[in-house]
Design a protein around this ligand. Structure first.
Ligand code: ZN
Length: 311
C-alpha cells in the first residue's frame, strides 16, 4: 500500500535523527531546592528523613523534575527534536503517549545544586503497530551534570502514533466477531512471583524478611522498613469484603455488567482487588465472608476470585 511505502520512507528519515542533540547545555529553571522537594514528598507521601533537614538530599526520582522546561519551555533545546516531532505530526502520528522511563543515579542532588543537562535523540524505532495505533517509539537520553560532574541519566521513551480508527457502525453491530478476551495482567520482574503462584493456584503474599510486614500488591521493597528482602506466605484463602463497587457502566469488552469488584481483606491482613463471584451483585456487601478460588477465563488466563460464602 502507498501508505506503507510512505511510512517506510518516513522511517528512514526519522532514523537520521538518531544521535542528534535535542538539548545542549540546558540549565535547570531552578536550582535543586527544598520547596520543590517538600511538595514532591507530600504528593507521594514519602516521609524518608533523608529528604529533610540541613543535610537533605533530593529524592533521586526527582532527576527529571530539575530539567523540565514547564509551560515556557527551555532555552537549551535544539530544533532537531521539534523537527522530528513535526515530521511525525505531518505523517498523521499526531498522538503521543509516554511509555517508559529509566533513570540512573550517579550522585545525590542537594538543595543549591545547579543542574545542567544535555539531551540526545537516542533511538527512533521502526514503524510499530500497537493497540493504540501505528507509530514510532522515540527515546531521548538526558545526561544531568552538576558543577561539570555527571549526576545522573534519564532515558525517556514516547510513542508518537496515528490513533487506531474507532469502530465503524458495521463493526458495532457485527455479532459474529469472536468474544473479546479479558485483559492480560502486566507481569514484570516485581510481580512475576505472584503470577507464578496463581498459575499453581496459590495466592502468595509478599513478606519482608527484615521486619515481617506482609504486603500486596507486590513491590520491590518494604513500605514499613525499606528492606528489599522478601519471601512469601501462602494466603489461607479466607477473607471478607472490605469495600466494593458494582459496575453497571461503562461496559468493557469481555465483562458483563453489572458485576461486583471487591476490595478483599484477606485473613492475613492485606487487601487485594478482585471479582466477587457466586453471589448476586446486589447481595455483595461490606463484611461479606468470601473464600478464594481460581477462575479460568481462557486458555492462557486464570485469575484469583473470591466467592461469597455462608457462615
Ligand atoms: Zn520490612
Amino acid at each position: 500500500m502507498s501508505d506503507d511505502q510512505g511510512y517506510d520512507e518516513l522511517g528512514a528519515r526519522l532514523k537520521e535523527f538518531e544521535g542528534l542533540p535535542a538539548a545542549v547545555a540546558g540549565v535547570g529553571k531552578d536550582p535543586v531546592n527544598a520547596p520543590m522537594i517538600r511538595h514532591w514528598c507530600e504528593a507521594l507521601g514519602d516521609t524518608n528523613p533523608a529528604y529533610t533537614g540541613p543535610d537533605a538530599i533530593a529524592p533521586p526520582t526527582m532527576l527529571q523534575a530539575w530539567t523540565m522546561g514547564g509551560l515556557s519551555g527551555h532555552r537549551g533545546r535544539t530544533g532537531a527534536y521539534d523537527e522530528l516531532l513535526g515530521l511525525l505530526d505531518a505523517s498523521g502520528c499526531t498522538s503521543v503517549v509516554a511509555t517508559d522511563c529509566e533513570q540512573e543515579y550517579l550522585r545525590p542532588l542537594r538543595p543549591g545544586d545547579e543542574v545542567v543537562f544535555d539531551t540526545v535523540i537516542e533511538e527512533v524505532s521502526g514503524r510499530k503497530t500497537t493497540k493504540l495505533g501505528t507509530g514510532y517509539f522515540v527515546t531521548t537520553r538526558t545526561e544531568v551534570r552538576v558543577a561539570g560532574a555527571p549526576a545522573g541519566t534519564h532515558r525517556f521513551r514516547i510513542l508518537k502514533y496515528a490513533p487506531a480508527s474507532g469502530k465503524t457502525s458495521s463493526e458495532k453491530t457485527e455479532s459474529r466477531r469472536p468474544r473479546a478476551s479479558r485483559p492480560r495482567p502486566v507481569v514484570n520482574r516485581d510481580n512475576a512471583g505472584f503470577w507464578q503462584g496463581v498459575a499453581e493456584h496459590r495466592l502468595l503474599i509478599q513478606r519482608c524478611t527484615d521486619c515481617g510486614t506482609l504486603r500486596h500488591p507486590w513491590l520491590p521493597g518494604c513500605n514499613a522498613c525499606g528492606s528489599p528482602g522478601w519471601d512469601t506466605v501462602e494466603a489461607s484463602g479466607e477473607g471478607t469484603v472490605y469495600s466494593y463497587v458494582v459496575l453497571h457502566h461503562p461496559p468493557f469488552p469481555a465483562f458483563d455488567p453489572p458485576y461486583a469488584v471487591g476490595l478483599i481483606e484477606l485473613a492475613e491482613g492485606v487487601r487485594m482487588v478482585s471479582n466477587v463471584v457466586g453471589v448476586p451483585y446486589d447481595k455483595v456487601g461490606i463484611g461479606l465472608p468470601v473464600r478464594l478460588g481460581f477462575q479460568r477465563y481462557d486458555e492462557e488466563l486464570t485469575l484469583p476470585v473470591f466467592r461469597g460464602v455462608d457462615r
